[in-house]
Design a protein around this ligand. Structure first.
Ligand SMILES: NC(=O)C1=CN([C@@H]2O[C@H](COP(=O)(O)OP(=O)(O)OC[C@H]3O[C@@H](n4cnc5c(N)ncnc54)[C@H](OP(=O)(O)O)[C@@H]3O)[C@@H](O)[C@H]2O)C=CC1
Ligand SMILES: O=C1O[C@H](COP(=O)(O)O)[C@@H](O)[C@H](O)[C@H]1O
Length: 488
């Protein structure tokens, strides 16, 4: 079904000169315009406190687009059309009177999308002032992650938002949910009975989820050192992936049916108490090489505080306490400055119940389903076959049945996650956004994890930039007689 062009909306982008807006949101909006998915009446209000002169503000956005877009994507006609949709306004989001000017710029009756690309501490003020200016009813409010830094702060933010906006108007972003390959997890699991009948503790021995990044903190010390990789990546992206892999089939594809199932997984996550804290490995990168270039360690980054114990890597083993998953370990890891950019889920199936092949081949027998989310998006099912040839007896060989998305859909451009998410907000569809209780259950579990690490006086273990993380994260899985798939 082709995407429906949404009605005309006014998109008020709070934080329009920030890193996220310039790097991701404006390019995504341009791509939607290029694909003719923006209604001709759609307007973008770029709101920032930095640039006084609207022309300079606009020029900066245009420059960012020229830098980010690929040459064949940059079409001067579309760029001009897109820039004509833009209106720039300087305001302090915490200052009530500045909203008068904003209100005067909203000239259409259609929905107002208030996208908060700001630190979370400003979300409450934005909601309050929009409501005080009579704009709440028509507004869909979009909140960036992370929502708070623990359960209590996230509850305070959610309460501040809920004072003015019902949950049906709130769109909490986790951009991983906007990735095509992440949405594909739902299709893979629930449109293929082949997998769903095997998807439990009777058939699966363990699951790995890896989100490895090669980037460091990219000048975001102020934010990152307060957050760490646990809050930046685990609390949101990795737990969302875990939910999509582990949840029961929803009864339909509506937002709440899917979210209800995800919440059940979060509630069933085994708590990481101090006795289990050895199952959590925190790391911090030291100087090394990333993609052939020498890079500084975390403590030598610009603006660094050399005493910081913030983790840039975290790996852990957890379980889900329910009938489907009882006894199946889930190994999760994510880090900055790792050897390779790689987001991947590996489902390891159990051995057949009875073994009839040569004993020395036994370790080979283990089907795996590899879901590569990025880059080189693919799904590969590793199956056992017989080696071909007269000289080969019943010698086994493991090989992949593989679907590479770039080959299978050669002429289709894979959209960036933010394109999908912006389109969904414009269509008023909450499927790919995170509900308040999901965020809070995820924080509850992460708070306990962090408290357990603190209680043990845990300090992050060093790992060289460009490696696969601290040795202890390898030991975490090898002590169970397994290894991280694909590390070399
Ligand atoms: N950057 C990224 O890759 C990602 C970011 N996010 C989230 O997106 C949000 C934005 O992040 P990012 O773009 O990196 O942050 P930035 O600090 O780069 O941008 C935030 C912008 O908000 C502005 N701002 C803050 N307070 C006010 C205020 N009271 N009035 C007017 N403007 C204000 C800042 O202005 P000023 O510069 O003047 O302070 C800044 O331009 C955060 O919630 C972050 O967690 C989520 C995923 C990825
Ligand atoms: O939310 C975030 O995600 C990015 C990683 O996103 P990806 O789409 O490139 O995998 C991460 O670098 C950033 O620190 C974090 O805030």
């Amino acid at each position: 079904m082709p995407a429906i062009i949404p009605e005309a909306v006014t998109l008020a982008l709070f934080g329009a000169q920030g890193d996220l807006a310039l790097r991701k949101l404006f390019p995504a909006l341009y791509q939607l315009d290029r694909a003719s998915l923006l209604h001709e009446g759609t307007r973008v209000l770029a709101l920032s406190r930095r640039v006084g002169d609207p022309q300079a503000h606009k020029a900066r956005i245009e420059q960012a687009l020229r830098q980010r877009l690929l040459r064949h994507e940059l079409d001067e006609r579309i760029l001009e059309r897109f820039c004509n949709r833009l209106d720039c306004l300087t305001m302090d989001f915490q200052c009530a009177t500045d909203y008068e000017a904003l209100k005067s710029k909203i000239t259409t009756q259609g929905p107002l999308i208030a996208y908060c690309a700001t630190p979370a501490k400003v979300f409450g003020a934005i909601c309050e002032h929009l409501a005080a200016h009579g704009l709440a009813e028509q507004t869909r409010i979009v909140l960036e992650k992370p929502i708070g830094h623990d359960l209590r702060s996230s509850q305070l933010i959610n309460e501040a938002v809920a004072r003015h906006f019902p949950e049906s108007q709130v769109y909490r972003i986790d951009h991983y949910l906007g990735k095509e390959t992440v949405q594909n997890l739902i299709a893979l699991r629930f449109a293929n009975s082949l997998f769903e009948t095997q998807w439990d503790q009777h058939h699966i021995s363990h699951v790995e989820i890896t989100v490895a990044e090669t980037v460091g903190i990219e000048g975001r010390w102020g934010y990152f050192d307060q957050a760490g990789q646990m809050r930046d990546m685990l609390q949101n992206h990795l737990l969302q992936l875990l939910c999509l892999i582990a949840m029961d089939p929803p009864s339909d594809l509506t937002a709440d049916s899917i979210r209800d199932e995800k919440v059940k997984v979060l509630k069933a996550l085994a708590p990481i108490t101090p006795e289990h804290a050895k199952q959590v490995i925190r790391g911090q990168y030291t100087a090394g090489f990333s993609q052939g270039k020498a890079v500084p360690g975390y403590l030598e980054e610009e603006q660094a505080n050399s005493n910081s114990t913030t983790e840039t890597f975290i790996a852990l083993r957890t379980e889900i306490r329910n009938w489907r998953w009882s006894g199946v370990p889930f190994y999760l890891r994510t880090g900055k400055r790792m050897a390779q950019k790689l987001s991947q889920i590996v489902i390891h199936f159990k051995e057949p119940p009875f073994y009839i092949f040569a004993p020395e081949q036994r370790s080979l027998i283990n089907n795996r389903l590899i879901i590569r989310l990025q880059p080189d998006e693919c799904i590969a099912l590793h199956v056992m076959t017989k080696e071909q040839g007269l000289d080969k007896g019943m010698q086994l060989r493991r090989g992949p049945l593989q679907l590479n998305f770039s080959e299978a859909y050669q002429s289709v451009r894979i959209p960036d996650a933010y394109e999908r998410l912006l389109l969904e907000v414009m269509q008023g569809n909450q499927n790919l956004f995170v509900r308040k209780d999901e965020v809070e259950y995820a924080w509850r579990w992460c708070d306990q994890l962090m408290a357990s690490c603190t209680c043990l006086g845990d300090r992050p273990k060093a790992y060289s930039a460009g490696s696969w993380g601290p040795m202890a994260s390898i030991a975490l899985i090898t002590q169970d007689g397994r290894s991280w798939y694909g590390d070399f």
